[in-house]
Write a protein that binds this ligand. Structure first.
Ligand code: THU
Length: 159
């Protein structure tokens, strides 16, 4: 028997340590939480996608009384970006969450399904996507979704 160790390095920044464009993207994600439709969980998530041309596309979670029919903020934003600007590479995605009257102190990280979708985006554009995960106490940053999705299943398996 042998063991494989998987390690992930996550950079943790204070908001003021982020670059100007990263701050702008995080602010967009935070403001997108205000328009979330989350009457069931009352957990309002905002995402902002930075495209190669500089455009910032916002999205938020859209819930449904039949729970699985809703969609997370990250996928709402990324799918809209890809639907409207299919030739624009996705460079980064920021995500923030508002719950019980405040932005969360725990870092908000993409769910498993959103990680899989973000992997597809990386593979589609053949380019890593930086993920900025916001909390009131700090921002987790990874330079590729692969850091959040080890042993991933991607299109290369189908070739
Ligand atoms: N949610 C997101 O939008 N993004 C995440 O990364 C985690 C969870 C949403 C789904 C649901 O509307 C609510 O947060 C509670 O799970």
């Amino acid at each position: 028997m042998k063991e494989i160790n998987l390690t992930t390095k996550i950079a943790v920044y204070l908001l003021e340590e982020c670059s100007d464009i990263e701050k702008k993207l995080i602010e967009a994600a935070k403001s997108a939480t205000l328009k979330a439709y989350a009457p069931y969980s009352e957990f309002l998530v905002g995402a902002a996608v930075l495209l190669e041309n500089g455009d910032i596309i916002m999205g938020n979670n859209q819930e449904n009384a039949a729970y699985p029919s809703g969609l997370c903020a990250e996928r709402t934003a990324v799918f809209f970006a890809n639907a409207t600007q299919p030739d624009q590479k996705v460079e980064a995605v920021a995500v923030a969450a508002w719950h019980k009257g405040a932005f969360t102190h725990d870092v908000i990280t993409p769910c498993g399904a959103c990680r899989q979708v973000l992997l597809e985006v990386e593979n589609r554009f053949q380019s890593p996507v930086k993920i900025l995960m916001y909390s009131e106490d700090g921002v987790y940053v990874v330079s590729t979704i692969k850091d959040l999705l080890p042993l991933s299943f991607g299109d290369e398996m189908l070739k």
